[in-house]
Design a binder for this molecule. Structure first.
Ligand SMILES: C[S@@+](CC[C@H](N)C(=O)[O-])C[C@H]1O[C@@H](n2cnc3c(N)ncnc32)[C@H](O)[C@@H]1O
Length: 241
């Protein structure tokens, strides 16, 4: 477990990282840092690497364990390993040998082992990630079943986190078929049943497929807004460490 296909040797020259963010508005123009491959910037739904870097640097120490139960192209794993943390990633549709097949609601991990669980989940059925019927991306964000699944992932994250461990969860609202769904608020309400709030970050959305003149024209003429940000919920498992 934890095999790293691109080991980073300490003797390698390392691209400098920008300083840590100090406000709750994060806007990264590029998916990663110049000269550093963290995740796959061509993967639909890829996480901004500097979001992972900021969370990992702020809430963990070198050697701590970072777990991503919905790993996608592995951005959080790469960021964690770059920062000398241990990292384990899971996904229903693993894209690399170091990402293990598992349902985020039943991780093959002991309880209370992780210092940080990083999740960038589907936020409805707008992106098809795989044919697996267990994928949260098969559930419409208008239905309670989606939030039940979110809560089941949160419950499992709570199990694998150590007391005082941190949950970071990225999610977006949705506007589909002339209907706005406050996915973030609805998901947050479920997460609050298990975790104490730490903070909420607004993560600017860049390079979305809708960031083009056709969608901008539609938004202006048809009277709706394109999604400009995602939520990054920061929460803590209570209990004594
Ligand atoms: C938004 S993507 C994650 C992107 C990733 N952080 C990255 O930077 O590439 C969401 C991922 O959740 C996975 N997923 C959805 N439902 C899942 C489940 N029940 N268990 C595990 N993974 C799941 C999908 O296969 C997809 O890879």
């Amino acid at each position: 477990m934890g095999l790293n296909p691109r080991p980073i040797l300490l003797s390698e020259p390392r691209p400098p990282l920008p300083p840590l963010e100090v406000t709750t508005l994060w806007d990264f123009p590029r998916q990663s840092v110049e000269g550093l491959r963290l995740g796959d910037s061509t993967y639909r739904g890829v996480t901004p690497a500097l979001a992972c870097v900021n969370v990992i640097r702020r809430f963990t120490n070198p050697g701590d364990l970072v777990v991503d139960p919905m790993c996608g192209s592995g951005t959080s794993l790469d960021a964690a390993r770059f920062l000398a943390r241990r990292a384990l990633g899971f996904d229903l549709a693993p894209r690399r040998p170091d990402i293990l097949p598992a349902d985020a609601r039943a991780l093959p991990l002991p309880s209370a082992c992780a210092h940080l669980v990083f999740v960038d989940s589907p936020y409805g059925d707008n992106v098809r990630y795989s044919d697996d019927p267990r994928c949260l991306g098969t559930l419409a964000a208008t239905d309670d079943a989606f939030y039940d699944a979110v809560e089941a992932v949160a419950r499992e994250a709570h199990r694998v986190l150590r007391p005082q461990g941190v949950l970071a969860w990225i999610i977006s609202d949705a506007y589909r078929k002339h209907r706005f769904t406050p996915v973030g608020f609805r998901a947050y309400e479920r997460l609050l049943r298990h975790f104490a709030p730490v903070d909420v970050v607004c993560l600017a959305r860049r390079n979305d497929r809708s960031a083009n003149p056709m969608w901008e024209h539609r938004a202006r003429t048809r009277g709706f807004y394109l999604r400009g940000f995602k939520y990054l919920f920061l929460m803590r498992k209570e209990g004594s460490a």
